[in-house]
Design a protein around this ligand. Structure first.
Ligand code: UD1
Length: 363
């Protein structure tokens, strides 16, 4: 493609997983525009990632900020469409399943532009998750679907998407290879006085969990019992949404007071997050990205959800679904802490970004 294209990102996971693609664009000196929607704006969730991956500044930041889903999506749609027209953009690359992804893909679809969707084909089959709606819709307007695993290819085929599907590997593998040197020596491990294998690394931010008081109550009970009954220190990188809900429910002190709890707020940057994962006994999370990252780092994961769009991790035994009941959480952490770690991860050879650009630019 000799024509100018745009890459749109907006949230922490998109910036991390598009970083290798952006670096490859810079290396090849292609004519592209990097657009930041502004959905995430806190330092650790935005600027720090650009610095750690040595990314160029975005050409534009649409500064949409936070808000209701429809509101944020609509703001991006409107501002991105104007930018596409103003900059004579002829194709668009989006990533993943956020509101930025959907708005970016939709703006391009309305203008009949080719759309590449990186991390296409993931499915939790749970339409109550905003991410599931976003990824399904993005896949159905995309012209180039870059699937990270064979299971993702199968999901697309099952929905009747036959053309433009490419198995590329997961760009998160490229990103981890870039940051892997130095993970074990990261200063955060000393700063928090952590012994490898003696702590559980916790993240919790999904709306389905944080926005249900009863479910949060169960989750907190489960986390308390992991500390008490299994003797682990718990290191929690607290997401701003989760902190907000804990304050609303009057449970912030309860959460900080969990025996063995060390809360890190504002949340850590990606390098520190990977370092904390890499030395943990178990990663305990409701994040999709962390299920993959833990798998690639060779660390067992327990997922605080009843479903996952990363079934490959369950199949190879690197991950276990615990739901949100305290009993199942304790049981899963106890089992996974003792599980063998020798799996081979299914996310490719760390060259997904090269393949994606080869295909997208060949048109
Ligand atoms: C979004 C993505 C989710 C991704 C997650 C990673 C959607 C639908 N969801 O969820 O897939 O896993 O990012 O973090 O797009 N906030 C801040 N500072 C920020 C960003 C957010 O304080 O820099 C707070 C705001 O109060 C905001 C809330 O977090 O309302 C939620 O942010 P939002 O981007 O809507 O959703 P996430 O839960 O971060």
């Amino acid at each position: 493609m000799g024509k100018r294209f745009a890459i749109i990102v907006g949230t922490r996971p998109e910036i991390i997983k598009m970083a290798p693609v952006i670096r490859e664009c810079e290396r090849r000196k292609v004519d592209y525009r990097l657009v930041h929607s502004g959905q995430h704006y806190d330092h650790a969730m935005d600027r720090a990632i650009f610095e750690q991956f040595q990314l160029p500044d975005p050409h534009v930041n649409l500064r949409v900020g936070s808000g209701r889903h429809g509101e944020v999506t609509a703001r991006i749609l409107e501002r991105f469409e104007a930018y596409i027209l103003q900059e004579d953009i002829r194709a668009v690359l989006v990533h993943g399943d956020t509101n930025t992804t959907l708005a970016g893909a939709l703006a391009a679809a309305k203008l009949n532009l080719p759309i590449g969707h990186v991390e296409a084909g993931l499915r939790s089959f749970d339409r109550t998750m905003p991410e599931e709606v976003n990824r399904v819709l993005a896949d159905h307007v995309a012209t180039h679907l870059f699937a990270p695993t064979p299971a993702a290819v199968d999901n697309l085929r099952a929905e009747g998407i036959k053309n433009g599907v490419y198995l590329t590997g997961q760009t998160a593998a490229d990103a981890i290879e870039f940051l892997r040197p130095g993970l074990a020596e990261h200063p955060i491990l000393n700063e928090l006085h952590l012994k490898p294998g003696a702590y559980v690394y916790l993240t919790l931010h999904r709306q389905e969990n944080t926005d249900h008081r009863e479910r949060m109550d169960f989750l907190i009970q489960g986390i308390e019992r992991v500390g008490k009954e299994l003797g682990f220190t718990i290191v929690c990188a607290l997401h701003p949404r989760t902190r907000g809900r804990l304050i609303e429910y009057g449970w912030l002190d309860r959460f900080y007071g969990i025996p063995g709890m060390r809360v890190v707020f504002p949340p850590v940057d990606v390098f520190a997050s990977l370092a904390l994962q890499s030395q943990a006994a178990v990663v305990l999370t409701d994040s999709g990205g962390l299920q993959e990252e833990a798998c690639m780092l060779g660390v067992p994961c327990v997922t605080l959800r009843e479903n996952t769009e990363r079934p490959e991790t369950l199949a190879i035994g690197s991950n276990r679904l615990a739901g949100y009941h305290p009993d199942t959480i304790v049981e899963a952490v106890s089992m996974m802490a003792r599980a063998p770690r020798g799996w081979t991860h299914p996310y490719g050879d760390g060259r997904a970004s090269i393949r994606i650009l080869d295909i997208f630019l060949a048109e």
